[in-house]
Design a protein. Structure first.
Length: 263
């Protein structure tokens, strides 16, 4: 099973200084959406060459974030959305008792930073779970361009809608599922998203810890570990450290799919 991080091949790029770069930045890189292998995942389809060229002018830079570094923090002023090019992130908030509550995991091809739109400040932290690279999308310029390019405006609306649906899904997950069902739903969602990016349907490397999974699913660390062990004993999954293989996808689906009502 491959251990390779979420990366896509790319041509050599010119490095340019970034005087405004934050502490998480190694450098800022000139980038073109029109030549990006992840364009179909984070940008609308069917744009004309002229529209792509205008989009290239808006999404002008990339930012690198080292593992454990923050792309943005709660309370920071909101200026940009970020399209993840490589790597994994977690978003989290600090609860009243000082604990970090994980609110989501984001991967290549997904856009983060939408939380800042509401009041012009970020409401969570976005922390890299491995070395990562993001494309910086200044929100004011994206807004201007989306008013002129209908497909882009529709795409931005779809991204916002998807975030709302995701949050509703998490509420249902935490409200009405047992531990095994929560873990099964989490694994199925994760492998489905990875498969859309060209990875295996059945094998993955968990970039997050068991503790972070538990925080996201509303479970204790011990419960997550016990549930993984139970699924492994039942022959549903195989786990070696962070390497996980789904042996029986149907069994996972059965766990999260309610039985049909009796006639």
């Amino acid at each position: 099973m491959s251990n390779a991080p979420l990366t896509v091949p790319r041509a050599p790029l010119k490095l340019v200084p970034s005087p405004a770069a934050g502490p998480a930045d190694l450098h800022t890189i000139k980038v073109a959406c029109s030549s990006c292998n992840l364009r179909e995942l984070c940008m609308p389809m069917g744009l004309s060459p002229d529209e792509l060229a205008r989009l290239d002018e808006v999404v002008a830079t990339r930012r690198k974030v080292k593992r454990g570094g923050a792309l943005f923090r709660h309370g920071e002023a909101f200026h940009s959305l970020f399209a993840i090019r490589t790597g994994f992130f977690k978003t989290c908030v600090t609860s009243e008792d000082g604990r970090d509550q994980v609110t989501g995991f984001q991967m290549a091809g997904e856009i983060i930073g939408l939380d800042g739109i509401v009041n012009d400040h970020h409401t969570c932290d976005a922390v890299a779970l491995e070395d990562a690279e993001v494309c910086v999308m200044p929100f004011d310029r994206v807004g201007e361009l989306s008013r002129e390019i209908g497909a882009l405006q529709h795409h931005v609306h779809r991204i916002m809608s998807r975030e709302i649906v995701r949050e509703h899904g998490v509420m249902l997950l935490l409200g009405g599922m047992r531990a095994e069902e929560r873990v099964a739903a989490f694994l199925l969602n994760l492998v489905q998203r990875l498969h859309a990016r060209g990875f295996s349907r059945s094998e993955l490397v968990l970039r997050m810890t068991r503790e972070e999974i538990g925080s996201y699913l509303g479970l204790k660390l011990e419960t997550v570990s016990r549930t993984f062990s139970k699924l492994a004993e039942d022959g549903v999954i195989e786990v070696r450290s962070r390497h996980l293989r789904i042996l029986d996808a149907q069994a996972l689906h059965t766990l999260v799919t309610p039985p049909p009502c009796a006639q």
